[in-house]
Ligand binder design. Structure first.
Ligand code: NAD
Length: 691
């Protein structure tokens, strides 16, 4: 028996209501398209129907295409044909939008004669976020409704409009406060037939259109879909509607197959997958109404801002009054920039500042439902803090540590309530960076983990759950990447060549420029601490140590891997080249040349290999989680989908070959991961690995 259609037609007198009912969001899957096509055909043939209402039911309309189907060949009926069938009806069609009308859902609404919405509606052509352009008339109908300049801005940004804003722009005809469906049924028989396909594109100001196009291309960050969207929208003025539709469709289909679009679709699903964590069934988030942060340094201040931005009152607890005051000053500084740039009004910033207090009084912690420790990265300091915290924190409070690499289980053991302890590893600057590694200790209670995931969502962050292993996911992989960047340098590449290759790949910054920005002293201190336990068979490059010993701590001292002038402009420094030459000479290395492609492949293989080790150790749950970590925390290019996705695209056989060379160059610690070897031999992919 065929599955029941997700589309049904209800009659209200002479008005037919077409109801789309496909959980969760009425995506335009094949079943929905079939149902809509059949409904349009039946309504065309029914003289008893005077008008049609399209409804997605309470709280919904149509949230867009079925993104899973985009990895399959196109399958009829196509969305443009479904929309054309409704547009061709000789009776008015009214869209009743009670929720998200995005992408193809927005295009469906644009094919209607009247668009009514509730205040809950959201409207937008969001396709460029997925590396494609609207493929069902959006680029041709929207400019006919709002003009070319506005259409370029909306489509290139993938902007989602609230009902009131969409009304102001004329995309909606009315926002109905009461019963939306009843209003739509009442108005439908009197609605005029207004086909956007037959409307002219309004005359616009060419200067405004040029400016909109320039702004879109500037914000495109290399996304090919944005340039295409601008081109196709602009062409709507000079081409017939049908030709514009054909061009749009061909461009959509071409972009849909592009590597960039595949990478962005991968990330779309990766974000949804990341929230699925085994062992949490039935666990409910604990309520968090008041937060506290211990340590108001770089991270503590940023974390306090992130919490206050999410509407939570926060108390910063420091060692003494002076440090508390300094912490609060840091918080104030953090609010200056968004006010200057206009992202926040002074009043908004003041309100958030008022939600943040600072004190040296440890008793303040007794009020908090959530405490995040962000003190020095030193086990003795953390153990002492958690021991004392145990005495004052209220029962049931979530006790979190922002540790970068210390053993979370050891920290938890300092308390009598290790179940309440979780790692919340923020990235600097904590109020800006989207990544939050949520570290699950061996005792962490399921509801504590659920609370951490809910908190991440509340703060607008991307959580990724990590196991408690040395440096968790991101820093562990980054350390391998950085080490191999140094091996490349010692073997003959200049730091600026490595950085240029990484930037050409799409990284926001190269590895050496990042080190200079973070400060070379942190890594130096860590290397000193670990010197005694380091495997002598691991290759060690001394250049970074020599830089620190020469007082070159990075940007903050005006010199590191590069030199910096007073204005902060970076330049290549012959003194660094001399240190590198000395390091090579000491090991008898004859420098050789590396092409950008060789550098990119080597470092990608190293990241994927370390990622494979994190997977087989259970530190990362799935390959796509690692991709999210690198995209949201380390400047890995979104259009490449993350290191594991990019490794799959390169082919794991090739990655293994590259890793064998990397292993020869790096010695102990750089061996190919057994999982990589296994998958490469079996012709497998990280994406399909289920643990
Ligand atoms: P920081 O030195 O800037 O700040 C630490 C603050 O903690 C100082 O203000 C200090 O006075 C305070 N402090 C120390 N002991 C305390 C105590 N017993 N009680 C109350 N306050 C105390 O350090 P940071 O860079 O903000 O790092 C803090 C933590 O965050 C560390 O665990 C670090 O590994 C981690 N972390 C840092 C980064 C980063 O990029 N800096 C990123 C992620 C995680």
């Amino acid at each position: 028996m065929a599955a029941p259609s997700p589309v049904r037609v209800e009659r209200h007198g002479a008005v037919a209501v077409v109801v789309i009912d496909q959980a969760p969001v009425n995506a335009l899957s094949k079943g929905v398209r079939d149902g809509l096509r059949d409904a349009a055909a039946a309504l065309a043939a029914d003289p008893g129907v005077a008008a049609v209402v399209l409804s997605g039911g309470p709280g919904r309309f149509v949230a867009g295409a079925d993104i899973r189907e985009m990895n399959l060949p196109p399958d009829e009926p196509f969305v443009p044909d479904v929309i054309a069938a409704f547009e061709a009806l000789d009776k008015p069609v009214v869209a009743a939008i009670d929720g998200p009308a995005l992408g193809g859902g927005c295009e469906l609404a644009l094919g209607c004669d009247l668009r009514l919405a509730s205040p809950k509606a959201q409207v937008g052509l969001t396709e460029t976020r997925l590396g494609i352009i609207p493929g069902a008339g959006g680029t041709q109908r929207l400019p006919r409704l709002v003009g070319i300049a506005q259409a370029i801005a909306l489509i290139s940004e993938g902007r989602i409009l609230k009902a009131r804003d969409a009304l102001a722009l004329g995309i909606l005809d009315a926002v109905v406060e009461g019963d939306l469906l009843a209003a739509a049924i009442a108005r439908a028989p009197h609605a005029p037939k207004r086909r956007l396909s037959q409307a002219p594109v309004p005359a616009g100001d060419p200067a405004r259109e040029d400016a909109a196009a320039a702004a879109a291309l500037k914000g495109a960050k290399g996304v090919p879909a944005i340039a295409e969207a601008v081109r196709v929208v602009r062409a709507s003025r000079t081409t017939a509607f049908s030709d514009g539709m054909a061009d749009e469709r061909a461009t959509f289909l071409k972009l849909r197959e592009s590597e960039e679009a595949k990478a962005l679709r991968h990330l779309f699903f990766a974000e949804r997958e990341a929230g699925k964590v085994p062992g949490l069934d039935g666990a409910k988030a604990r309520p968090i109404a008041q937060a506290a942060v211990i340590g108001a340094g770089t991270m503590g201040a940023g974390i306090a801002v992130a919490l206050a931005d999410a509407g939570l009152p926060v108390t910063l607890v420091e060692r003494d009054g002076e440090a508390a005051a300094a912490g609060l000053a840091r918080v104030r500084d953090l609010y200056e920039r968004p006010v200057r740039s206009g992202r926040l009004t002074q009043a908004q910033a003041d309100a958030r500042l008022a939600a943040i207090g600072a004190t040296a009084d440890w008793q303040a912690l007794a009020q908090a439902d959530l405490v995040i420790e962000a003190a020095f990265e030193d086990m003795a300091v953390k153990e002492d803090i958690f021991r004392r915290l145990d005495q004052v924190a209220k029962p049931g409070a979530v006790l979190a540590s922002n540790t970068s690499y210390l053993d979370l289980d050891a920290i938890a053991e300092a308390t009598a309530r290790p179940k309440d302890v979780v790692g919340l590893h923020f990235f600097a600057p904590a109020n800006v960076m989207r990544l939050l590694e949520v570290v699950r200790g061996k005792m962490t209670a399921p509801d504590v983990l659920v609370t951490a995931l809910a908190l991440a969502k509340r703060m607008g962050k991307q959580p990724v759950v990590a196991g408690n292993g040395e440096s968790f996911i991101g820093n562990r992989i980054y350390a391998a990447y950085r080490r191999h960047a140094e091996y490349l340098v010692e073997d003959g590449a200049a730091p600026q060549e490595v950085d240029a290759a990484l930037q050409a790949y799409g990284f926001a910054m190269g590895a050496f420029a990042v080190s200079d920005l973070s400060g070379l002293d942190i890594g130096y201190a860590m290397r000193q601490r670990r010197a005694a336990t380091r495997d002598p068979a691991e290759r060690y490059v001394v250049v970074a140590d020599r830089l620190v010993e020469a007082g070159r701590l990075g940007r903050k001292t005006g010199a590191g891997w590069y030199a910096y002038d007073a204005a902060g402009a970076m330049s290549v420094d012959p003194a660094v080249a001399a240190m590198i030459a000395a390091a090579r000479a000491a090991k008898g290395i004859t420098p050789r040349a590396f092409t950008p492609d060789q550098i990119q492949r080597r470092l990608l293989a190293v990241m994927a290999n370390e990622g494979a080790k994190a997977l087989e150790e259970g530190i990362a749950l799935r390959a796509s989680d690692i991709d999210l970590v690198f995209i949201n925390g380390y400047g890995f290019p979104r259009l490449k989908g993350g290191p594991m996705f990019a490794a799959d695209a390169m082919g794991l056989g090739a990655v293994l070959g590259e890793m064998e060379a990397a292993s020869a160059a790096g010695g102990a610690g750089s061996e190919p991961a057994p999982l990589l070897v296994e998958l490469a031999r079996a012709g497998g992919r990280f994406a399909d690995w289920k643990g």
